[in-house]
Design a protein around this ligand. Structure first.
Ligand code: ACO
Length: 322
């Protein structure tokens, strides 16, 4: 049997930090409201001209360095993003060029906040099939570019950043399972209602912004995340107590706490970065993973549950031995 295993992690946050206090000057909000409802204290924002690919490149270099591979070993690049640099080609191709990697498949995955879990699952399947030996899997976002900075209900929630992993073929797991889901009938609850084939004028004018019915999304997220945790545990015939670390999508600390309660996990075993990063969509899980690997909390051989819920709706999990 061939399995896939994470051999390196990396992440990158833009230099500029936007605190809740800074946001108080932009919209009618307060540090207290944002912290109480979301757990967010600050988020990073890309500099003018700094793109999703630029952030992805920094994160990728760090993951490559940790894994000990060389760029030439990479035979697949998958980049999960909602905020591509260009309409085409895919940002994965732009990243491939910057890494001086040639010829291997490179493509983007668009599953919004679940994008990294989707990308990891695809790379795992290619490796298990024997077609890929060494995949670079990235989540990178410049969500600040699609926020209405006059809309307090959304602009306080999101941030920019990137995370990456190197996933290599291995004789033992590695990734134990991935489960992916979507239900497009909920697309209108969390979306950017303009795009290339509808509302291109707004897109061109830079007026295509995130729209969210926060309360409805919140309820669905809490219910669904509990279910996907059970699904992954049952598929692997393991118990809640076998999980060493929960590495959840970082949208809201209240959603994270509800999922931890469902797992009967103390928050000490949950990686929480939402206070410093905000919601970085597809970047949030690999960013959180890298933080906890580099500060020594996550150790080799431990069992991790990654889970995400986002626009689409899309949701999914990955259970793995690190
Ligand atoms: N500052 C102050 N007041 C605010 C702000 C703000 N920034 N934003 C909204 N309010 C007000 C509202 O206007 C409302 O006022 P009203 O009662 O006078 O009408 C009040 O606060 C309550 O608003 P709610 O939307 O009901 O607040 P809620 O407790 O639901 O929190 C939040 C909102 C944080 C957005 C929450 O619903 C949430 O986290 N939703 C889920 C987000 C998520 O998980 N997204 C999925 C992934 S994201 C992706 O895929 C891109």
């Amino acid at each position: 049997m061939i399995y896939s295993k994470i051999t390196g992690t990396g992440s990158y946050l833009p230099e500029k930090v936007l605190t809740n206090k800074d946001l108080e000057k932009l919209v009618d909000t307060s540090d207290k409201w944002i912290q109480e409802r979301t757990g967010i204290k600050e988020r990073h924002v890309a500099a003018e001209g700094e793109t999703t690919c630029d952030l992805a490149l920094h994160a990728s270099r760090r993951a490559i360095e940790m894994s000990g591979i060389s760029n030439a070993d990479i035979d697949m690049v998958i980049l999960a993003t909602t905020t591509a640099d260009k309409i085409f080609p895919g940002t994965a191709c732009l990243l491939q060029k910057k890494l001086d990697v040639h010829g291997c498949p490179a493509f983007d995955v668009q599953a919004v906040c679940t994008g990294f879990v989707y990308a990891l699952s695809i790379a795992d399947k290619f490796i298990r099939a024997g077609e890929t030996q060494c995949a670079l899997v990235v989540g990178s976002e410049t969500l600040s570019r699609i926020l209405d900075w006059n809309d307090r209900s959304t602009c306080v929630l999101f941030g920019d950043g990137a995370g990456a992993v190197v996933l290599e073929a291995a004789a033992e797991p590695g990734i134990m399972s991935t489960h992916l889901h979507a239900d497009g009938s909920y697309e209108h609850l969390l979306h950017v209602p303009h795009g290339i084939s509808i509302g291109y004028e707004q897109l061109k004018a830079g007026e295509a912004y995130v729209y969210m019915e926060g309360n409805a999304v919140f309820k669905m997220a809490v219910n669904t995340l509990g279910q996907i945790v059970d699904e992954a545990l049952e598929a692997n015939r393991i118990g809640k107590s076998d999980i060493d670390w929960l590495v959840p999508h970082q949208a809201n600390s209240r959603i994270i706490e509800a999922t931890a309660r469902k797992l009967k996990m103390s928050l000490e075993r949950v990686v929480v970065t939402v206070a410093q990063h905000g919601n970085t969509s597809a970047a949030s899980i690999p960013l959180a993973l890298d933080v906890a690997v580099r500060d020594g909390r996550i150790k080799k051989g431990q069992t991790l549950m990654l889970e995400a819920f986002g626009s689409g709706f899309t949701w999914g999990s990955a259970l793995l031995k690190f």
